[in-house]
Design a protein around this ligand. Structure first.
Ligand code: ADP
Ligand code: 5GP
Length: 202
């Protein structure tokens, strides 16, 4: 019998390296990535349906109203949300799914799906966070300051997460997340049929 996949939620301050780490995990072929809907304007390199599904505020609100989103939240003046159908389908097929979402959305999902795994990824310190945000070159200085001030609020919530990873190097963070998934897959609560399997009944 196929086990349901593990739902991993990766949050952390903007610029901490979530996108970079998550894309390496997805490249490994071991994870499905949920593509979020947003009202934010696309960055130069971003493509529709690859990085986000870009919507107007009205379109986004209609999706939320129709119950098509697993969770949604407002972050620095834009809406972001997770389309529900894709996540449910992947989990049913036994695939592990990653949501790269901010804290309010993460807590909404944990409430709905308590077996989901919350991982908080942080930069080693604020100076490094600012350096990464500036180095990425995708936001102007006023947006960077807004995101850093939001980072301070988000850091207060670390203790509500199941795991915390300091993203010193991308390679180590990728390995850390794979280790967490490996341990989570061995939880007794995810292996309730192990007895039947042993006896050859399934
Ligand atoms: P987030 O998705 O959390 O906003 P990004 O993945 O876009 O962050 O990373 C922000 C910037 O920091 C990018 O320019 C990225 O290349 C860089 N970066 C990510 N992880 C590291 C790391 N471990 N060490 C140094 N720079 C990193
Ligand atoms: P960015 O604008 O840098 O792409 O994302 C801003 C923040 O929104 C990040 O913290 C990112 O994790 C979060 N985010 C992206 N997609 C979603 C989503 O579907 N739901 C929620 N709640 N947050 C999201």
């Amino acid at each position: 019998m196929k086990k349901e996949g593990i739902l991993l939620i990766v949050s952390g301050p903007s610029g901490s390296g979530k996108g970079t780490v998550v894309s390496k995990l997805v490249e490994s072929g071991e994870f499905c990535l949920s593509i979020s809907a947003t009202t934010r304007k696309p960055r130069d390199y971003e493509e529709e349906g690859v990085h986000y599904f870009f919507h107007t505020k009205e379109e986004f609100e209609a999706m939320a109203e129709k119950g098509e989103l697993l969770e949604w939240a407002s972050f620095c003046d834009n809406y972001y949300g997770t389309p529900k159908a894709y996540v449910e389908q992947c989990l049913k097929e036994g695939k592990n799914v990653i949501l790269e979402i901010e804290v309010q959305g993460a807590f909404q999902v944990k409430e709905l799906m308590p077996e989901s795994v919350l991982i908080f990824l942080m930069a080693p310190n604020v100076t490094e966070l600012r350096k990464r945000l500036t180095g990425r070159g995708t936001e102007d200085s006023s947006v960077i300051e807004k995101r850093i001030s939001r980072a301070m609020e988000e850091m207060e919530l670390v203790s509500k997460y199941d795991y915390v990873i300091i993203n010193d190097t991308v390679e180590k963070s990728v390995e850390d997340i794979k280790t967490i998934v490996s341990a989570e897959s061995m939880r007794t609560s995810r292996n309730s049929d192990i007895n039947k399997m042993f006896k050859g009944e399934i």
